[in-house]
Design a protein around this ligand. Structure first.
Ligand code: FMN
Length: 194
């Protein structure tokens, strides 16, 4: 798959629609190496990847089950836990912010986001699929992932093989693009010029 085709066809699949196989070790290494070309102000690589699969997924499911035992109805909890248990591979993308640096924390977070997108695109180009979930790290999770106070989870990326592939309907970019010059100021992409 060439790069433009990968960009144009990537879509997210809900965790419940992701099945085995997960990327092999070699494929996973390609996917993670692809993050090394993500745009990154100052070349700080302000991220850390925690790969969870196999026993890690089973351990995570157990932790989630215990943690939410009293906070969710058993029906919801069961569905949530089995969604995690059935996920072939998860990558917790953690920030690794460099404090007191001329590169802003904002830029460092954006670089982490770009790394996440490279993971999703590389996985897609190799025939896999995934989805990016956000996750507010509470104290337990912060401890588990050894997050420093300045760090957060940028995203939890679940990856596997889509049960069945489908195309997503996409909006035209022109709804979101403008042009600018001094004479005309900002103009919508499709505006008649002159
Ligand atoms: C930073 C970020 C956090 C996200 N968090 C969630 C989330 O917690 N739950 C969710 O359903 N989708 C979340 N999404 C959106 C999905 O990953 C996905 O992009 C969305 O469902 C649209 O599908 P598409 O990627 O095929 O366009 C998040 C996306 C981003 C960029």
């Amino acid at each position: 798959m060439d790069a433009i085709e990968a960009l144009m066809s990537r879509r997210s699949y809900a965790r419940g629609n992701l099945i085995e196989p997960a990327p092999s070790e070699v494929e996973l290494e390609i996917i993670l190496q692809a993050t090394m070309t993500a745009p990154d102000h100052g070349n700080l690589k302000p991220w850390r990847f925690v790969v969870v699969q196999g026993q890690g997924i089973r351990d995570l499911s157990l932790l989630v089950k215990e943690k939410y035992a009293n906070a969710m109805s058993s029906e919801h909890l069961e569905a949530f836990v089995s969604e995690i248990t059935d996920t072939p591979l998860m990558i917790f993308v953690c920030s690794k912010i460099v404090l007191d640096h001329h590169v802003s924390v904002f830029d460092q977070h954006l670089a982490g986001g770009a790394a996440c997108e490279h993971i999703l695109l590389a996985a897609h180009a190799l025939g896999f699929a995934g989805i990016w979930h956000s996750l507010d790290a509470d104290d337990d999770l912060r401890h588990l992932m050894q997050l420093k106070p300045e760090d957060n989870i940028i995203g939890v990326l679940s990856i596997g093989t889509p049960k069945r592939t489908s195309k997503a309907k996409r909006k035209p970019f022109s709804d979101y693009a403008q042009t600018w010059d001094m004479e005309h100021g900002l103009q919508n992409w499709n505006a008649e010029s002159g």
